[in-house]
Design a protein around this ligand. Structure first.
Ligand code: HEM
Length: 497
């Protein structure tokens, strides 16, 4: 009997704990939708029936333009979702010193690597490491990495030639291309996954990035929204076996590089140079864990983000043959005598840039940006005061599909970015984020995606085949954008055959 009373009392206490914050947005006079105990507004996300970005979009779409923000509860934690362009600018740029960090949980003991990537570092440690890592991504450094990427595109061309006239899984091919690019540029090795389907590094990458799998989705969800689960179940952000494999590869290459004293101008060289420049009282020193953590970021973001976007770009080319034709004409006009593309041509092609921007708009790899208030803050225009620690979300997916900024948003239309139209889209085109915490790898990502796309299109026509899904459906269970079937089949045909 006593046990029963105890359990009942615990349940009541748990219930009170779960609903105690639910008056938060009402008291602040901020629009919100009635939350459910335990799950808040995101029951469907928790049971993997909806992606967080779409859940936010559903609320966003109900509100008119006069509403600058709304409140949601993720479990029982209140989050402020910013809707107005002006307020986005304030949070990401103008008042950055109030919002310098993401509400990204870290736990050195459970996952020391995740705690040391730039994405999760905070305040002064983030600032110092960002300043140190920024020179790694300058156009000069990227230019030096281009020859490494070209070695991989040569192999890609061989594969395309061998599959001429066939229907192939472009997603799988893009993943292999991206894994080989990253392995060469960040780990200094020839992974060879394009030529060898059983390559160990590709296997590890699949394991690490298994977006549809419950384990991976649960890990990402817990790290972003329910850190208590991370602590209880000791869930690493990055799957242990594959991250350890990549760290070993990185360490081995790095040591070999030092002993042979050769330069490849890749991430290993650049991080080794940063280490040599360190001074006694640096707040952020590149020890083994921190060096590996940066290499792992490259791998994660590159193998997942760039490969997904490249395959979606190719899909759009197949279903929009006119756009494909215009792009091919531009690419062919810009080829060097040996059939390759210089860094200047890659970044100088206007239509290629418009196509890339539109793919990134239509398929935002991350559906929302996250920040939290480091100090109390008042939105002057409305008088809303938020306390230190308030979590902020910027619903990128909803904004990228807002008719006000992007008429007919489901249409793939590169022209919406032509000329000075981009000026009006500042703060509402957020594919790589905005402000000082913007994606540091943007240039690298664009270079590998543009090069991959150009190498496909210069010789091959891409079209829907019998196995192509139109429209393409995406899984509701993954955190990032992932095709429902896990594949994107397209037909490739040599242009002059
Ligand atoms: C298509 C590919 C990619 C997309 C769409 C993408 C997008 C993003 C977005 C939206 C953010 C958050 C920005 C914000 O909060 O304002 C971000 C942050 C970041 N990205 Fe990327 N990214 C891509 C590829 C890469 C690559 C290849 C790297 C490799 C180094 C990278 C490294 C990072 C890092 C380190 C951060 C955190 C920056 C900081 O907090 O200072 N990303 N990325």
């Amino acid at each position: 009997m006593i046990l029963l009373i105890l359990v009942a009392a615990l349940l009541v206490l748990f219930y009170i704990h779960c609903i105690k914050t639910f008056k938060y947005w009402e008291q602040k006079n901020v629009y919100f939708e009635k939350p459910l105990p335990i799950f808040g507004n995101f029951l469907n996300v928790a049971i993997r029936q909806e992606q967080m970005g779409f859940a936010l979009k559903n609320i966003y779409d109900k509100l008119d333009d006069t509403v600058p923000y709304f409140g949601v509860f993720i479990f029982h934690t209140p989050h402020l979702v910013i809707k107005s362009k002006e307020f986005i600018k304030q949070v990401l740029i103008r008042d950055f010193n109030y919002f310098p960090n993401r509400n990204q949980y870290t736990n050195e003991k459970v996952d020391p690597l995740a705690a040391n990537v730039l994405f999760s570092l905070k305040n002064e440690v983030w600032k110092t490491s960002r300043n140190k890592l920024t020179p790694v991504f300058t156009s000069g450094k990227m230019k030096m990495m281009l020859p490494l990427m070209k070695e991989v595109t040569d192999q890609l061309e061989d594969i395309l030639n061998a599959n001429n006239g066939q229907e192939i899984d472009i997603r799988d091919l893009s993943q292999k291309y991206s894994v080989d690019i990253i392995s060469s540029c960040a780990f200094g090795i020839n992974a060879g996954s394009l030529k060898n389907p059983k390559a160990e590094i590709k296997k590890m990458s699949d394991q690490m990035l298994d977006e549809k799998g419950f384990k991976r989705s649960f890990a990402i969800f817990s790290w972003f929204f329910c850190p208590l689960l991370v602590d209880i179940f000791r869930i690493p952000f990055v799957e242990k076996e594959s991250s350890q494999f990549l760290i070993n590869v990185y360490k081995h290459s790095s040591e070999e590089r030092k002993s042979r004293n050769v330069k490849r101008h890749d991430l290993i060289d650049l991080l080794n140079e940063l280490k040599e420049e360190e001074v006694e009282n640096d707040i952020f020193k590149f020890d083994d864990v921190r060096m590996s953590a940066q290499a792992l970021t490259f791998f994660n973001a590159g193998a997942n983000g760039t490969s997904t976007l490249l395959s979606l770009c190719l899909y759009e080319m197949a279903v929009n043959p006119e756009i494909q034709k215009t792009l091919r004409t531009e690419i062919v006009q810009n080829l060097d005598a040996d059939g390759s593309l210089s860094y200047e041509s890659l970044f100088g092609m206007e239509y290629l840039d418009l196509v890339m921007k539109e793919a990134l708009r239509k398929y935002p790899f991350i559906h929302f940006l996250a920040r939290y208030a480091e100090k109390d803050y008042i939105f002057e225009e409305t008088g809303l005061k938020i306390e230190k620690g308030t979590k902020i979300l910027i619903p990128m997916l909803a904004i990228h599909y807002d008719e006000k900024y992007y008429p007919n948003p489901n249409k793939f239309d590169p022209e919406r970015f032509r000329g000075d139209k981009m000026k009006n889209l500042q703060y509402v085109y957020l594919s790589f984020g905005e402000g000082p915490r913007k994606c540091i790898g943007e240039r690298f990502a664009l270079m590998s995606m543009k090069l991959g796309l150009a190498m496909f299109l210069k010789n091959f026509e891409i079209s829907p085949g019998t196995k192509t899904e139109i429209p393409l459906r995406f899984t509701k269970a993954a955190t990032f954008i992932t095709p429902e079937k896990g594949t994107i089949f397209l037909k490739i045909q040599k242009c002059n055959s």
